[in-house]
Design a protein around this ligand. Structure first.
Ligand code: FES
Length: 114
């Protein structure tokens, strides 16, 4: 459910994103990787926290993507990265009438790390 005040940004047609592939998009200056996984469409920041690898170019398996630079595995549901203390930012996505939308939270509603 989208919270009141949240906005949606159209990313493209679901049919244009083949299963188990990623696409890089830019929203409000942020590079985002969008994937069509076994569990649905997922979106995360398109920079691996290890050394900035382009996650959209990685290999998708289940709900994970393997970074093409050093092969660390990113969980696209949680943002956890194997063998790395950093995490990838996970974005909310909805698919409606065959269109993928990124859900942007209401300004000021995002949690910030302590
Ligand atoms: S940059 Fe992704 S594993 Fe090193």
């Amino acid at each position: 459910m989208i919270s009141p005040g949240a906005t949606r940004v159209r990313l493209g047609a679901l049919d244009d994103l083949p299963p188990r592939e990623g696409r890089a998009v830019t929203v409000d200056g942020e590079r985002i990787a969008v994937f069509r996984c076994d569990g649905g469409v997922r979106a995360v920041s398109n920079a691996c926290p290890h050394a900035g690898g382009p996650l959209a170019d990685g290999v998708v398996a289940g709900d994970t993507v393997t970074c093409p630079l050093h092969m660390r595995v990113v969980d696209l549901r949680t943002g956890d990265v194997s063998d790395c203390a950093g995490r990838v930012r996970v974005h909310d996505v909805v698919v409606e009438d065959g269109v993928i939308y990124l859900v942007r939270p209401e300004p000021g509603s995002e949690a910030h790390p302590a």
